[in-house]
Write a protein that binds this ligand. Structure first.
Ligand code: NAD
Length: 486
């Protein structure tokens, strides 16, 4: 790490690969890390080769029997210490994340607290991995069921939540008795490496957690998935890459959990508390600058309240201070890189060509860094292209609707099904619509659903499996049935 970066963050984050408890240089050169607020390279991190990846699999495989045999309480205590260490270092970790990801410091602080909670939650779940015993209907034998660790797990995480997506996988894997090889996104390796150093400090044994940033994720992951010692892939990222990894994992029938893209609808009915809906819309859209799989991507607002909603949302978003994430008072940092900003700009342009009207924003400010102004588009036609893609930026397209069934049908007209939000004061309507929406998670009069204690995940092409809650622990186990007669 450069001296400057250490001064800016207040910490000396590692920049090597972590394999078998040792930090090393990568055999595939280095990976430059860029600050999206300045476009400057701020660090160089070791880049892993396929050979490094197989060394990490060996380390994880050798560490597995001892770790799986450790009393659950001891595994839980390691995670509990990791939680406490993350909270001790919350401020430098948050600053480090801002510099490599761009998000505003307030968002980064929120993410570190959220990320640490996964260690605390799974410290508690480690001792609650219970099976069951029943009698076969014929009375011939007992049915004994236990959940054993699935084994060496490959974890792949995206850049938008560099800490939380790592802890949401490492926490349950370690609690269940698995050992892991984590591959963080190339844009944000520093946060993952810093979290790994804290796990070492917390007493996690050598080889249990291995971390491999790389410039060549494809070949490296293929080599790991082809290795029969790897029994699990837990991936968070785009649906496109998820589909490719599922095909690769099919060759070895590797167990997969996939947290993929979203295209969340946000429904506002004419009986909603509009001020509460604006607050919820603000959180659902602007948490993490819109770079979230859970981000509200399509606002469907009933005719009678649409003009009020549009004007109030535009007023709320245009009051945000845009700038480098570490500056005082900044609400919205830059997007992660130039490609992401170009995609956002193109989607806004296509929405206006399709008939949408810009109420606020609609352009990138004239300054260095990958910034884009908070934007509200009203009168977007329900077949506009912007509604079928993840925007992944601070842009809120509003579509007006007339009746409830039309709103449900519009909300479900996507291949994705991660989360949906709805605002109404009518309980019967809320529950009826919640049941009809095709999504793994629903926020009723809430703009945020994520919680370490709740099962997070999607239906349709938003993924397979769940993270968080007790379900998240089970994803890292295999169910074993023992027929026994006594
Ligand atoms: P991405 O799919 O481009 O990359 C995700 C990870 O996969 C990165 O670590 C990347 O290096 C790696 N990767 C890319 N190509 C690979 C390959 N061929 N083989 C192996 N690994 C490969 O996604 P991203 O741009 O980093 O993240 C944004 C996406 O993640 C969005 O679609 C977002 O919705 C999704 N996401 C989903 C959740 C969820 O829980 N459902 C959470 C956060 C982000």
């Amino acid at each position: 790490m450069t001296g400057n970066l250490a001064t800016m963050t207040g910490m000396n984050a590692p920049t090597g690969l972590l394999i078998g408890g040792h930090w090393s240089a990568g055999r595939a050169g280095v990976l430059p890390v860029t600050d999206p607020a300045t476009e400057d390279v701020i660090a160089e991190v070791a880049s892993a080769s396929t050979e490094d990846a197989l060394d990490a699999v060996t380390a994880a495989y050798e560490a597995l029997p001892k770790w799986a045999a450790r009393p659950p309480r001891e595994r839980g205590e390691c995670l509990r210490r990791a939680y406490e260490l993350m909270m001790r270092d919350a401020e430098p970790l948050a600053r480090l994340m801002v510099i490599e990801n761009g998000k505003a410091l307030r968002d980064a602080r929120g993410e570190i607290a959220y990320a640490a909670e996964f260690f605390r939650w799974y410290a508690e779940e480690a001792v609650r991995n219970s099976g069951y015993l029943s009698v076969a209907p014929s009375g011939a034998n007992k049915i004994m069921v236990q959940h054993q660790p699935v084994g060496v797990s490959v974890l792949i995480t995206p850049w938008n939540f560099p800490a939380a997506m790592a802890t949401r996988k490492i926490g349950p894997a370690l609690a269940a008795g698995c050992t892991v090889v984590l591959k963080p996104a190339k844009e944000t390796p520093l946060t993952a490496l810093a979290v790994a150093a804290l796990l070492q400090e917390a007493g996690v044994p050598e080889g249990v957690v291995n971390v491999l940033p790389t410039t060549t994720p494809g070949p490296m992951t293929e080599a790991m998935l082809a290795d029969p010692r790897v029994r699990k892939l837990s991936f968070t990222g785009s649906t496109e890459v998820g589909r490719r990894l599922l095909r690769t994992a099919a060759d070895t029938v590797t167990n997969c959990s996939m947290e993929l893209g979203g295209n969340a609808p946000f429904l506002v009915f004419d009986d909603a508390d509009i001020d509460a809906a604006i607050e919820g819309a603000f959180l659902a859209k602007m948490r993490n600058g819109g770079e979230a799989c859970t981000a509200a991507n399509r606002f469907y607002v009933q005719d009678a309240v649409a003009s009020e909603f549009s004007a109030k949302l535009a007023a709320r978003l245009s009051s945000l201070q845009v700038g480098p994430g570490l500056e005082d008072g900044v609400d919205l940092g830059p997007l992660v890189n130039s490609d992401t900003r170009s995609k956002v700009a193109q989607l806004v342009e296509s929405a206006t060509k399709d008939g949408g009207r810009i109420v606020t924003g609609g352009r990138a400010p004239d300054r260095p860094g990958y910034f884009y102004q908070p934007t509200v588009l009203d009168d977007v036609p329900s077949d506009a292209g912007i509604l079928s893609e993840e925007i992944f930026g601070p842009v809120a397209p509003i579509v007006r609707f007339t009746d409830v069934d039309e709103a449900i049908s519009l909300a479900n007209s996507t291949e994705y099904g991660l989360v949906s939000y709805l605002y109404t004061t009518d309980l019967r309507r809320a529950l009826r619509v919640a049941e009809a929406l095709e999504a793994g998670m629903i926020g009723i009069n809430r703009g945020v659903v994520s919680d370490p204690a709740a099962p997070f995940g999607g239906v349709k092409q938003s993924g397979l499996g769940r993270e968080g809650g007790h379900d998240g622990l089970l994803e890292f186990t295999e169910t074993k049935y023992i027929a026994v007669d006594w």
